[in-house]
Each structure stands twice: as structure tokens, then as C-alpha cells.
Design a protein around this ligand. Sequence first.
Ligand SMILES: *[C@@H]1O[C@H](CO)[C@@H](O)[C@H](O)[C@H]1NC(C)=O
Ligand SMILES: *[C@@H]1O[C@H](CO)[C@@H](O)[C@H](O)[C@H]1NC(C)=O
Ligand SMILES: *[C@@H]1O[C@H](CO)[C@@H](O)[C@H](O)[C@H]1NC(C)=O
Ligand SMILES: *[C@@H]1O[C@H](CO)[C@@H](O)[C@H](O)[C@H]1NC(C)=O
Ligand SMILES: *[C@@H]1O[C@H](CO)[C@@H](O)[C@H](O)[C@H]1NC(C)=O
Length: 945
Amino acid sequence: MGLSVCLSMLLCLFLKLAILSEIVVSDSFTSLQPSCHEDERSALLLFKESFFIDKSSCVYSKLSEWKSEGVNASNCCSWDGIQCDEETGYVIGLDVSSSCLFGSINSSNGLFNLVHLRSLDLSDNDFSYSQIPTAINQFSGLEYLNLSFSGFIGQVPMEISQLSKLVVLDLSLNYVDDKEFLLPRIYNFTSFLQNLTSLEILDLRYVDLSSTIPNFLSNFSSLTSLRLDVLLSPYRILCHFLRILDVRFNENLTGQLPEFHQRSPLRILRLQSTKFSGSLPSSIEKLDMLVMLSAYDSKFSGPIPSSLGKLTKLTFLDLGKNNFGGYIPSSFQNLTQLTALHLPFTQIIGQIPPWLGNLTKLEHLDLSNNQLHGPIPESLSKLINLGTLNLHLNNLGGIVRFDMFFNMKKLTELQLNSNNLSMFFDKTNASAAAPQFKLLGLASCNLNEFPDFLKHQNELEWLTLVGNNIQGQVPEWMCNTSLDTLVTLYLNNNFLTGFPQNLKFLPWVNLRNLFLSYNMLKGALPIPLPSIMIYDVSNNMLSGEVSPLFCNMSSLDSLDLSNNNLGGMIPKCMGNISISLSALSLRNNSFHGIIPQLSCNNESNLRMIDFSDNQLQGQLPRSLSKCMMLESIVLSNNQLNDTFPSWLGSLPELKVLSLHNNEFHGEIGKPHKELEFSKLQVIDLSYNNFIGELPSQYIFNWNAMKGINPSDSAYLNAEWNFSLLNNYMVGNNEAYKITISTKGVLIYYGVIPEMFAFIDLSSNRFEGEIPDLFGSLKALRSLNLSNNMLTGRIPSSLGNITLLESLDLSQNNLIGEIPQKLKQLGFLARFNVSHNNLTGSIPQGNQFNTFDSSSFEGNPALCGDQLLKKCRNSQFSPPAPSTSEEDYNAESLLKLDWKFVLAGYITGLVVGMVLDNIVFMSRPRWFLKMLPKRISNNLERRQRN
Ligand SMILES: *[C@@H]1O[C@H](CO)[C@@H](O)[C@H](O)[C@H]1NC(C)=O
Ligand SMILES: *[C@@H]1O[C@H](CO)[C@@H](O)[C@H](O)[C@H]1NC(C)=O
Ligand SMILES: *[C@@H]1O[C@H](CO)[C@@H](O)[C@H](O)[C@H]1NC(C)=O
Ligand SMILES: *[C@@H]1O[C@H](CO)[C@@H](O)[C@H](O)[C@H]1NC(C)=O
Ligand SMILES: *[C@@H]1O[C@H](CO)[C@@H](O)[C@H](O)[C@H]1NC(C)=O
């Protein structure tokens, strides 16, 4: 049986707790209190006695008033959590949930004398490692059984399946300290369900059904929240009464929806963040009771079936982030009950249909990240209940009269970013009539100025005007807008020159994230209030010194002052904020003096520092060694004067270290411990005064450079996120950046791919031989040992570094022949062994045919086709057939492209949305879309002198 059978199977398994409460509540109130049977009373007392109730940690235990003596002692029907039958007086309901019961429970427990029970709730207690007792079958009339979250482990007894009256069964969330092997297990799911024909709600989250998983699912052996058998006929029967199917967030759940052959009472179907694929079958129209269909972030494809328009009870439809294509079906006109329509990331084409304006119950409309073109229909202004409208990143065009949104009094979230829209703001129309937005995205909307209506906005929390053509000063009134509420403000990529002059501090008291990069800001640094977390003013023309007021910003997470004209000393107190900081970049300014001590402690989260391209002097602060989370330290192009910081070996996460072009000196020496620097993958010590031998023992430690994981395309960065408006997750990541010399040019990497490894020890005074060990660093892309005093032969082990793109050994005193083995280096684009004392003939063929004389000159005894000195007896070697010209070009194009694309992620903002407690995370591609305008600033290439 194929994978196509999953839905009905799922139908049988996963249900929502929401309904549980209805059922419980419905018969828990009884006015008359019948009297209690003595045998049941003593059974209850025995039950109580069998547990320890930890009063110190317990807010309230229902059992605290169950007493053998005193008021109410005799009538157990009046005890908390007990419900008796009004006529017979037998206990029919027992609810001891969340009662701090601690202890084990077995089949001889007094509980099992309560044979008239119809409802039993033991949830949220601690039956520490008990199995569910087999005596559970004593309760033959049981309709409701809740054993969730109470520490049951091991085999679920088959006896449960004798409880044929069960309507609700909840065995979920019985996991103990993440010990998967202790999870409750059902060995034969088929037979387990066989007799439970009344079941309506079944919750088996964290129940292990793996023993019944057929082979084809065994790849997902770590799936704990849901493990499923292949569909067998009993489950089909079960599906006919299912109302809710909720399998969200089972990331490993694969399968396709089956054809639906008959109507079904299913009301809620949630497949969000699973790996369901294939198309939505047209027969989905059979599910005509459906009110909610959510398949966000799954793998469905094909057109959106027109038959969905027949599900006229739908109020919530979310098909976002799949591979759906085509148009929005016109049958959706009939979905008049819809309150939420989400179709983002679906490759939807065509225009926004004007009839959408008829769906007046809509509160959320998200068509973002598609390929919609044409205008925004004016008819949308009829959607007066709309709270969220998201159209960002489409190809919408034309003029938008912004007052079309003024009727939508409930509209709090509007995103029009990154289309080809021109906005028209009618200044005669009172712009005070605009709805009060909380979230407003007008990035790349061709704005030339701050829109007037912003004057009257008092509730903005998130505002982006990124990538417009706004020029000059931020107007004074703008600094009076949403003073108390604004949390996030993006003004980057405009032509702003500054803030009003009389403004001492930025006025927004709750501002946490401020993005002003890529403007033309002049003068002193705008000073935010201490609430600030992310402050990015990079790539402006700011000057003056950094105010010590920045030291008071104790929540600061990322501070990016790079590429400005700031000067003076780095304030000494700046070291204090290294506790909250994740990322600190002062790159490319004119700071001088020493680097202050950083007061890192156990809680410090500092992941990257970049002080490169300044005039910093003196020694490195030894306190750096206490910033245990540091992954990237970039100090290149300063005048730092110190010995090799072997003490940084204590940083377990260090991946990037650049000391390029400073005054470091002395021998590198040996590591103190075995694993020091083992995660290092980029090291640049070039242009310093290091002496002695190449550091073989360190090379031995550089484990990260030995592994290759070609599938990994992510890049090194510090990442963090937080929630906003209670609805959004906003994340930010600060990519580590570095300028390195490879293939003969300096290249600024706005991002460093996770799998990238790079060594530059050039232009020092290293001597001795090149250790064979370099050959073990298989992830290396570039190795530069040029301009030292190295002697001996070129180790043929270098031919093992198959990913190597650049190898520079020039300007040393190397002897011997160029090893033939280097011909294996299929990606080698740059090779330089010039100015050594190499002898013999240059290897011919493969990549070597692409290198010209400059790679080899200055070796008087070297001969080859590339040189004037031809080899005698040299045989003609044809170009190797393996690397065709075309392939090679494709490869290099791909790589170039890759650099550009990744550079676009420099400000990798993540915005997600939480609806109905679902977190929708997405990276807004509009950021990428609007970056190329300035991308050349990020990717600077300088020819080396
Ligand atoms: C299901 O019910 C049948 C008939 O009552 C019974 O013979 C069988 O043992 C039951 N199966 C299980 C697993 O309890
Ligand atoms: C599970 O039980 C059913 C019926 O009770 C039986 O047909 C099937 O072979 C059993 N499966 C396994 C794996 O034992
Ligand atoms: C899904 O599979 C991956 C890889 O086997 C595993 O790491 C992950 O924990 C699984 N997820 C769940 C929710 O089981
Ligand atoms: C809407 O529903 C009616 C009644 O079922 C049907 O006749 C009509 O064709 C539907 N409209 C669209 C556009 O599908
Ligand atoms: C729906 O919208 C269309 C186009 O905007 C309009 O012509 C039609 O009259 C509307 N139908 C209803 C029932 O409002």
C-alpha cells in the first residue's frame, strides 16, 4: 500500500483537546447530592492513601478534603472531584486531575472498585513510571478516560480496547524527561482500535505506535509525536465520525490526501507544517462540514481545486507556503463565511479578483509572496472587517489611492511592501481618518517623503519604509508619531540625512529595533532610549565619537556602527554591554586607542565582534577569553601589537579569526590542549610579523576544516528573535562578514557559508617546511602561504583537498617539483607558485592548462608550456576530458551568483505571524528584492596592490 492513504488513517488518530472540556463540563453539575455507598467511600480513601500529596508544591489538591472523619466525611458524593449517579448514588465520575498525586498505581488500587465509573480523569499527576493497570477493564461503562500528562510509561494494555463505550480517550503527553524509550507503546494498533467503535476523540500525542510502522515509514524512526501505521480498513470506519483532525507540526509526516468518496462530519482539518504532498483532490468537496482547513507550510502542489468553493461553511482557509500554482478559483466567491483567507507563498498568478470585496466577513487576507499583478481592486475597501491585509512581494502595479483603506476601521496590519505600486495620498482628505495601524509595511513603495497620514498614527508598533526614495531630514512631526508604541522602525535604504537638530534623544520610549543603514546620515550618532535592542546605523556618514550613553543600553543585542566616519576612542564603559550584546560591529570607522576590556560572564551571549578597518592599537583585551559564545573575531587592518592569542583557544565555539594586517609577532607555538580551536574554519593571520614554523599542532586541531558537508548551504551568523504584537515573531540575524584575499583579489564576504574553510598565513616570516597535515583539511577552499620563507617541497598531500579553489605558495624558497597529484584539484581556479626555486616540469592537463606564466614565473629551473623555458622530451598532454569548459563555467557562475544572493541576506529579517496560536515563520524575500540597489556597497572588490 502506498503513501497515498494517510488521511483517513490520520483521521483516526489525532484529535483536539478543545472538545474534551465541553464533554466534561456537560455533566459535572448536579444539584441533588445522593448519598454515597460505603464500599465506594472506603475505596476512594484507599485510593487517596496510596499516594503522596506534596502539599509544599501543590496549589490545591482535590483530595485534600477527602477525609474519613469530620464534616462531609460520610458523603463521598459531596467530595471535590466526585460525581455520583443521582438515583443509585454510585460514583460515576472521578476527576482528580492536577491534584499533585505522586506514587505508583497498579491493578490492586482501590480505584478499580469504582466499577460504575463513566468518566475518569487522572491527568496532570505523577504516577511516576507506572504502567496503565490492566484492571482498567473493570470500568466497562467508561465513556471518558483521560490519562494524559501523568507519567505513565511502557505498554498500553490491550484491556483498554475492551472499553467499547469510550467516546474520549486521551493518553497523550506521557513523556518522562525526554526518554523516548519510556513512552507509552501500543503494540498492535489495529487490534487496539478494533472494538473502540464509539470513539470520537482520541489523543495519542507522544504515544509510540512504532511497532506497527511498516518498513516504508521506518526512515522516520525518531518521530515521537505521531507514529502511524499504514491505513487499514478499521480506520476508514473510524473516520466517519471524526470531527477534528489535527496533525500540525509533525514535520516528518508524509503522505497524500486520498480521494474522498463520501461525506464526512470533519469540521477542522489541520495539516500545518507536515510533509503532506500531492494535489488537493477535487473530491475534497465531500468534506462539506469543514469550517477550518489549514495546510500552511506543507508540500502540496498543483492548482487550488475549484471544488473548494463548495465548502461554503469554511471560515478559515490557509493554503500558504505550499507549491500551489494557478489562479484564485472564482468559486471562492461562494465562500462568504470566510474570516481568514491565507494564500501566501503559493505561486498564485493572475490579478486580485474584484469579487474578493464581497467576502465581507474577512478579517485576515494574506496573498503575499505570490506573482499577482495588476491593480489592488478598489472593491477591497468594502472589507470593513479586515484586520490584516498582506499583499507584500507581488508584482502589483498602478496607483493606490491610500484612502481606500480608510473605511477599514479595524485594519491594524497592512503590508504592501515590494510591489510596483505608486501611492497616492490625498492630502485634502483628512488623513486623520486613516485607521490606527499597528503594523504598516510600505517598503519599496516609491515614496518620496514620509506619508502625511503618519502624523495621526498613535498606535504603530512596527513600521517599515525601507527602500523608498525618502530624502532629507526626518520631519519633526514624524518624531512625534506613536511615541509610546513604536517598537520596530525600518528606515534603511533611503536618502535620509538626519533627524531634527534639536532632538537630543530618539523619542520612542519602547523602541527596540532601529534600522537606519544605507542612508546619508551625517553628524553625531542618533541616541536611542535604553529600551533599544537592535541598533543598525551602518553605511552612513556619521561622525564624531560614540557617546558613553550607549553604555547604559543594557538590553542592546546588536550594535552595528560599521562603515561610517566615527572616531575617537571606543568608550571604556562599552565593555559593560558585552553581557547583553550578541553582535558588535565597529568595522570601517576611524576608532583609535586600545580595545576596552569586555566584562563577559557566564550569561554573556556575545557571538561576534568586528573591529576591522580602524586604527586600534595595543594588545587584545585578555577578557575576550571569557566571552565563551564568541564565534567570530575580526580585527583586521588595525595596528594591534601583540603575540598570537593562543588564549583564545578557550573559546569552544570560535569559527572565524582574522588578525590580518596588524602588528602581531612572535612564534605561534603550540596549543595547550587537544581541542583548542577545533571549530575554527576561517583563520587569517596574513600581513603580520609572525615567525617560526607553521603551526602544525594547531593544524592538527582544526577539525572543522576536515569535515565536508556539501549539502549545508547556510551561513555563519548570530541569530535571535522575539515576538511582537503578540502576533508576530520577528527575528534578526547578523551574518559574520569578512574581507579575505583569495584568487588574488580582496573579497568582502557579506556572509560566510557554513561549509567554507579558509587559511591565510601569507606575508609573515614563517620558515621551515609546509606540513603534510594541510592535506587533511578537506573542507579548505583557499590556502595562502605566500610571501614567507618556507623551504622544502610542496607536499603532494595538498592534492587531497579536493574543494580547493585557490592555492598560493608564491614568494617562498620551495624546491623540488610541483606534485602531479595537484592535477586532481578540479575546482582550482587560482594557483600561484611563482618566485620559488621549483624544478622540473609543470604538470600538464586539467586545471593546469588554465594557468598562465604568472603562476610559475621566477623559478629559474622550472619548465613547461606556460613558460619560455620549454621542457625537453615533454610529451603533449591533451586537456582532460573530465572537466568540460561548459561545466566549469556553469560552476563558476553558480558560485558567483551564490555570493551575491547570500550577500542579500545581510539583514536577514524574519517576520512570522501567529494566528490561532500557530506560528507562521517566513523570511520576507522583499528584503532581498530591494537590496540589489545598493548591493555593490556590500560586495566590494579591490585589486590588491
Ligand atoms: C473485541 O470484541 C470482541 C467481541 O466482543 C472480542 O471477542 C475481542 O476480544 C475484542 N477485542 C479486543 C482486542 O478486546
Ligand atoms: C494485529 O491484530 C490484528 C487483529 O487483531 C491481526 O490481524 C494482526 O496480524 C496483528 N498485527 C500484528 C503485527 O501482530
Ligand atoms: C524528524 O526527522 C528528523 C531526522 O530524522 C529528526 O531529527 C527530527 O527530530 C524528527 N522530528 C520529529 C518531530 O520527530
Ligand atoms: C456559487 O454557488 C452556486 C450555488 O451552488 C452556484 O450555482 C454557482 O455557480 C457558484 N458560483 C461560482 C462562481 O462557483
Ligand atoms: C460581487 O462582486 C462583483 C464584482 O465586484 C459584483 O459585480 C457583484 O455584484 C458582487 N456580488 C454580490 C452578491 O455582492
